[in-house]
Write a protein that binds this ligand. Structure first.
Ligand code: TYM
Length: 332
């Protein structure tokens, strides 16, 4: 079975709809066809300041949400990044392999650091993509299910894997991104030109999966559309409506064409009311299940302990081979 690996940050508490549709949903779908490794990337989270108690709580909360979404520790390896020290170790190797210039071209870093100002931007935020490269290469992943915003980091991963292999001999699998076109970029409901993100100026267009379902319904009903009132998928002319159609289509497993037909001659009000209902039906059990997993800390922690052990077995082997290829002297 081909191997997949992916990660999600625990930073923000609730996952948002973009995280789910762009990534986590694919994680769940790939568990049986692939040898899957999924992790909560707490070491990535500390590239910006974190309150210790909150980070700890949010890490468990992220795991609970993954379980609630259908990530099944019996069918994949689910773990927390910092439980596997090889991530930081191979991360250092990647720091020494990447050029300063190529790291400087990462657009996500440029965006985030521009917002923060250079004195508040950590060196860790700058080298963040190289830790991500290590995450992926440690497991010899064939595919990496992520949203569009991670594509450049995947390109970097491929380049560094090829560079290392070229210099030291075949060591790493060169991974492919696994990015589904329909859901690779979910947009803000109030500003359909921007991706849905926790860092948006307002939360009015952000669907947090753990929010009160009523509040979520309200956000869907007040989504920004356009003035011509035809329900048709057209990303350029009708970005708001197209975003709603993508979300609706994915959550109900209905093709966009079928939805266009269903809503022919109907107004945006009908589309939004129905989608609000679909969304409420999705988030209501999700919230309940998340809370159930969260309440049973013992089970959750033991899932993570098993996951860390399975992950470490693979990661340690890759790291040892990498060190050896580079000429780092082993302990005798
Ligand atoms: P993170 O935690 O920001 O996001 C988790 C996943 O959600 C996707 N995503 C979206 N997809 C569609 N539309 C959106 N609006 C949207 N917003 C977020 C992201 O693309 C991501 O797949 N660097 C990664 C975490 C990471 C990782 C890895 C991923 C660390 N190591 C190794 C894969 C492999 C990140 O910050 O994702």
């Amino acid at each position: 079975r081909p191997r997949v690996l992916s990660g999600i940050q625990p930073t923000a508490g609730s996952f948002h709809l973009g995280n789910y549709l762009g990534a986590v949903r694919q994680w769940v779908a790939l568990q049986d066809s692939h040898d899957a490794f999924y992790m909560v990337v707490d070491l990535h989270a500390i590239t910006v300041p974190q309150d210790p108690a909150e980070l700890r709580a949010n890490t468990r909360l992220a795991v609970a949400q993954l379980l609630a979404a259908g990530v099944d520790p019996e069918r994949c390896t689910l773990f927390v990044q910092s439980h596997v020290p090889e991530h930081a170790q191979l991360g250092w190797v990647m720091n020494c392999l990447a050029g300063f210039g190529e790291a400087s071209r990462m657009t996500q870093f440029k965006d985030k650091s521009a917002k923060q100002g250079s004195d508040r931007t950590t060196v860790g935020l700058f080298t963040y993509p190289l830790l991500m490269v290590a995450d992926i290469l440690l497991y010899q992943a064939d595919q990496v299910p992520v949203g569009e915003d991670q594509r450049q980091h995947l390109e970097l991963t491929r380049n560094l894997a090829e560079r290392f292999n070229g210099t030291y001999g075949d060591t790493f699998t060169v991974p492919d991104p696994y990015i589904l076109k329909e859901t690779s970029k979910i947009y803000d409901l109030q500003d359909p030109s921007a991706k849905m993100s926790k860092s948006a100026a307002t939360t009015k267009g952000l669907i947090n999966l753990l929010d009160e379902p009523k509040a979520t319904a309200k956000k869907v009903k007040s989504a920004v559309t356009d003035t011509d009132s035809v329900i048709r998928f057209d990303q350029v002319e009708k970005p708001g409506v197209s975003n709603l159609l993508s979300i609706y289509s994915t959550l109900t497993d209905t093709s966009v064409a079928d939805l266009e037909q269903k809503y022919e001659g109907k107004g945006y009000g009908a589309l939004k009311t129905d989608l609000a209902e679909v969304m409420v039906d999705f988030v209501t059990p999700f919230r309940t299940r998340t809370q159930e997993y969260l309440d049973d800390t013992e089970t959750l922690d033991s899932i993570l302990a098993k996951g860390a052990e399975k992950a470490r077995a693979v990661a340690a082997e890759t790291l040892a081979r990498t060190y050896d290829r580079m000429g780092l002297l082993p302990v005798k």
